[in-house]
Design a protein around this ligand. Structure first.
Ligand code: NAI
Length: 509
């Protein structure tokens, strides 16, 4: 399907945070744009905001001055809704209220041509429900941009039950022509990003609640070991706890109380206290001039064992062995006859990757001695930090040997409490599980999950591609172990993920 021709007029309604950004994106692509807002002077204010942003870009040498003039020249403020009659595509970015949006689109149906595509930028309302009030619901589609719209790559294109296939395809092609990455999804609560991202916050909150480590340390492990651009706590502080908590509550309610989306009491308490994050000067962390950056717990230096034994294999074994050899450590390797896990014997310590059980449980079940578990890294070669947890039965000396080994491999070490699945592993497995469930429930494709999470929230790797890298069978094991540890339905394995694990296949095979 072809994108909307650039000679066609795009109307944007609502000139606030999102509408102004969307108008800029459409004008940058070359369309004539009409910008309308019901608030007195609001459309002009939106246009002024666009101009202020463009001026900054020109000043920084990122945009030629004549391009700014041309782009602004393509955006016209509309005085009335009737002025939007010539639009081929109308994108609505007004207040998040079903009745108000329904009324707006119903009015547009009487103003615009029957071929005009009506698009909503809603984050949380059902496109199907908005369409129910329309005479031509087949012309309505979701076009969900991310904030800030000119910067964020992703656009979720949402099909309601009545949306015409060609309407969705045209909007998809148009978003791509505007330089965005488009993904197609069915109208379901949270669409893709706001659904699949829930565990990123929820698992961090659970680990914090259980005393796994303090928020700054967990953030550091998620960034420097997990490769995420921001940790969950600093990100929630940035988004605002009122907003983030409201999204979690609405997704939880929309899925009829599915425990996978249960909101956190820790976050509720912050909202109750008015500690909303950066915007109120305090969230998980304090903000303001002269406020020190919260301290990250990092282990002090310990000597590395000079000789280690590595038993078994793992996808990351070669990387770890190379790091140890580079540090001058003699590495003896040993193949495994059984299907036991990859372990490193270093001094008194036995080191293994978390499989979703606590180290304490592994010691009892697997008869391992002095076990120290390490967390999942995006890439052990480039990670600058690792999270370790010792079993309750493991000696201090064994822990120090494990710390010394990772330090010799060039990593800072954060000691976590013996929480099942540590922090990166359980978060990534739950993200992959949610992505798999979205695919299983026909919301979107495997590729759409990965594109959405990389383009919409900057994840370093799509959760399903990440599951393939870890090994889907291991992801299923981690989830099953978390489910057993907690006895909660929250950690149940998606049927699709379980199926892939059974055959040893991956999501991208
Ligand atoms: P905003 O409050 O910054 O702007 C909304 C604008 O719409 C205001 O200027 C207001 O005067 C105008 N407006 C309200 N009712 C109107 C009506 N009936 N007719 C015409 N104009 C009207 O809101 P924001 O943040 O830009 O959100 C707009 C929409 O985009 C919402 O549906 C929201 O869920 C969605 N969204 C917001 C994101 C965000 O990060 N803020 C991200 C993605 C989607």
């Amino acid at each position: 399907m072809n994108a909307l021709e650039i000679t066609k007029t795009v109307a944007v309604i609502g000139a606030g945070t999102m509408g102004a950004g969307v108008a800029q994106v459409a004008a940058a692509a070359g369309h004539p744009v009409l910008l309308f807002d019901a608030g007195a002077g609001a459309a002009q204010k939106g246009l002024d905001q666009i101009d202020a942003g463009l001026e900054k870009q020109v000043a920084r040498g990122r945009m030629p001055a004549d391009e700014r003039i041309a782009l602004l020249g393509r955006i016209q403020v509309a005085a009335t809704l009737e002025d939007l009659a010539p639009a081929a595509l109308v994108i609505e970015a007004i207040v998040e209220n079903l009745a108000v949006k329904q009324e707006l689109f119903a009015r547009l149906e009487t103003i615009c041509s029957p071929e005009t595509i009506l698009a909503s930028n809603t984050s949380s309302l059902s496109i199907t429900a908005i369409g129910a009030a329309l005479a031509r619901p087949q012309q309505l589609v979701g076009m969900h941009f991310f904030n800030p719209a000119p910067v964020m790559k992703l656009v979720e294109v949402i099909r309601g039950l009545a949306t015409d296939e060609t309407v969705a395809e045209t909007v998809f092609a148009t978003a791509e022509a505007w330089g965005k990455q488009a993904v197609l999804a069915r109208s379901t609560p949270g669409f893709i990003v706001n659904r699949v991202a829930r565990p990123f916050y929820a698992e961090g909150l659970r680990v914090l609640q259980e005393g796994g480590a303090d928020a700054a340390t967990l953030d550091a492990v998620m960034r420097e070991c997990g490769g995420f651009r921001m940790g969950p706590f600093e990100l929630m502080d940035l988004i605002g706890h009122d907003v983030n908590y409201a999204v979690t509550c609405s997704v939880h309610a929309a899925y009829y109380g599915d425990p996978r989306f249960t909101p956190s009491l820790i976050q509720k308490e912050l909202v109750d206290a008015g500690f909303l994050g950066r915007k109120s000067g305090r969230g998980f962390f304090p903000y303001g001039t002269g406020v020190p950056v919260p301290a990250v717990q990092t282990a002090s230096p310990f000597p590395a064992p000079q000789q280690v034994r590595v038993i078994g294999d793992a996808p990351f074994a070669t990387t770890l062995i190379a790091l140890m050899q580079k540090a001058g450590i003699t590495v003896e390797t040993e193949a495994r006859e059984d299907d036991g896990d990859f372990v490193i014997l270093a001094g008194e310590a036995t080191l293994a990757l978390t499989d979703g059980r606590s180290a304490t449980e592994c010691v009892l079940a697997d008869e391992l001695e002095a076990l120290v578990l390490f967390d999942l890294a995006l890439d052990y070669g480039t990670a600058t930090r690792v999270g370790l947890a010792r079993a309750d039965q493991t000696s201090q000396q064994a822990l120090e040997d494990a710390i010394g080994l990772w330090q010799a491999m060039g990593k800072q070490v954060s000691i976590l409490d013996d929480i099942p699945g540590l922090v990166v592993m359980r978060t990534v497995c739950m993200l992959a599980n949610e992505g798999a469930d979205a695919v299983n429930q026909q919301v979107c494709s495997v590729a759409a999950v990965d594109t959405a999470m990389q383009g919409g929230v900057n994840y370093p790797l799509g959760p399903l591609a990440w599951a393939d890298r870890i090994g889907v069978a291991r992801v299923a094991t981690v989830l099953d172990n978390l489910a057993a540890s907690y006895g909660e339905d929250r950690y149940r394995c998606s049927p699709l993920l379980a199926r892939r694990a059974m055959t040893g296949g991956g999501f991208h095979d």
